[in-house]
Structures are given as structure tokens and as C-alpha cells.
Design a protein around this ligand. Structure first.
Ligand SMILES: [Zn+2]
Length: 252
């Protein structure tokens, strides 16, 4: 075989492995992350890119109707614009986490820039709440060798997901609803059959209550899809928990 070809394919394989490590939600290549809950009964619903005054208050009401607790990964510059909404998220029993100050592609940032992005959002949340968050989610799920260590320096655990239905896409709710079906399938399998590989673990669902482009982004389809699913998931025996409850309290 042409040695040039071997070198080229080796380089491609290496590039592929790095790309996998950087963006695959369950890759542990660049540091340990949380991807699942510790029980098939527990679903951790997470929302990125808020707080969003146009959607988050409606979402809080919807979650309350089903006694659902969730985790909100907030963008620092939005936190500064609506600190009262951040306080309300906490007052209503949810958890908040750091989603950086401006939502950049961390993959391309130098270590100092990554630290600044994390620190500014950290400070914004601390100023709003008086206490630091413990959870971090990288924008676009992207990591490099210094993202997770930089988060750890500030005391964060990094949270990824098992399912990301793509609710940021400009598609109708009829498109989004079936993409959230795996949550029901996993819950049915995990709760119904202890020997199934999914037994002992539950999903972390990644949705969006905001958009990183503007503060009042339209996420009404995310709301509508949840309105469809929350009662159905509840009827399957699923509990909606914060990420802290999903990993630290004893599994049921
Ligand atoms: Zn995001």
C-alpha cells in the first residue's frame, strides 16, 4: 500500500478520534463528565441558553404542574440582564449551572479565554444568588483538553446528556415530539426489566429554554413538546429530578 495513503488514513483516524472526544456527549477523552442518572426512574431534564424572560417563566409553571424539577444551564450575560428570573428558578426548586458568559466555541479558545468565559458566568450567577453553582455544560457540548480541568478549578462537575432532540431547529412541534420518544422507551425498558442493559441508569435530556443569539428567543415548540410528554413520562413512573438528585441521592 502506498505509505502516503497509510499516513493519511492514520491522520484521518486520529482526527476522527479527537473529533469524537471533543463533541460526542458520552466521550470521556478530555475529562470525566456526567451523562446519565443513577436510576431508570430518574430523568434529569436540562435546559440550556437561558434565562429567557419570554419562555422560562412559562416553563417554570409547566414544570410545577407535574412537580418536575430540572436543571438550567445559564448564559452569564443573560443572567446579568435578569437576575430576578435566576432567583425564581432556584426558589421554585430547580438547579442552575454555568453555560459560559457568551456561548463561544470553546474548542478554539486558549486556556485563559476558557477560564474567563467560565469565571464571568460564575460571577454573574454568584452575584444573582449569593452562592456558586456546581454544574457546568460546555456550549455545543464541545470540549478540548483544558475545558473540563478549567471547570474543575472552579469546583464544577461537567454535565453532558444521553438525548439531545434538536429543539433549536426551526421545525414544527410534530417533528420534535417523536424525537423525545426514546425517553419513554428507555424508561419502559429500564423500569420493566431489571436485566436490560439500560437498567440502573436513566436519561439526561438536553433541551433549550433560550437561544445563544438573543435573549428573548422563541422556544414555544420546546414548551409544547414538554406539555405533550411530561404527563406521559409521569404515567410511566418517571420522576423529574435535578442533576444533583440524579447523581448523588441513592438510586431507587
Ligand atoms: Zn448552549
Amino acid at each position: 500500500m502506498n505509505p502516503l495513503f497509510i499516513t493519511a488514513s492514520g491522520a484521518l483516524a486520529a482526527a476522527g478520534a479527537i473529533a469524537y472526544g471533543a463533541v460526542h456527549p458520552r466521550s470521556q477523552l478530555f475529562g470525566r463528565t456526567i451523562c446519565r442518572t443513577n436510576s431508570p426512574r430518574k430523568l434529569a431534564i436540562t435546559f440550556d441558553d437561558g434565562p429567557n424572560p419570554a419562555i422560562t417563566p412559562k416553563l417554570l409553571d409547566l414544570l410545577e404542574r407535574y412537580n418536575a424539577k430540572a436543571t438550567f444551564f445559564l448564559i452569564g450575560r443573560y443572567v446579568r440582564e435578569c437576575p430576578e428570573l435566576v432567583k425564581e428558578i432556584i426558589a421554585r426548586g430547580h438547579t442552575v449551572g454555568n453555560h459560559t458568559e457568551t456561548h463561544p466555541y470553546l474548542l478554539w479558545l486558549a486556556p485563559t479565554q476558557v477560564r474567563v468565559e467560565l469565571r464571568l458566568c460564575h460571577n454573574a450567577i454568584c452575584n444573582a444568588l449569593g452562592s456558586p453553582p456546581k454544574w457546568f455544560r460546555p456550549p455545543f457540548g464541545m470540549r478540548n483538553p483544558w475545558v473540563i480541568p478549567a471547570a474543575r478549578e472552579l469546583g464544577y462537575r461537567t454535565v453532558m446528556w444521553t438525548l439531545i432532540p434538536g429543539d433549536w431547529q426551526e421545525k414544527p412541534v410534530e417533528w420534535l415530539i417523536p424525537r423525545m420518544q426514546p425517553i419513554a422507551d428507555h424508561a419502559q425498558r429500564g423500569l420493566g426489566n431489571g436485566s436490560h442493559p439500560a437498567a440502573g441508569m436513566g436519561d439526561v435530556l438536553c433541551l433549550h429554554d433560550g437561544t445563544h443569539r438573543q435573549i428573548n428567543g422563541d422556544r414555544s415548540r420546546t414548551l409544547a413538546a414538554l406539555e405533550h410528554w411530561l404527563p406521559r413520562w409521569r404515567d410511566l413512573g418517571v420522576e423529574f429530578v435535578t442533576i444533583g438528585e440524579a447523581v448523588s441521592t441513592p438510586a431507587l
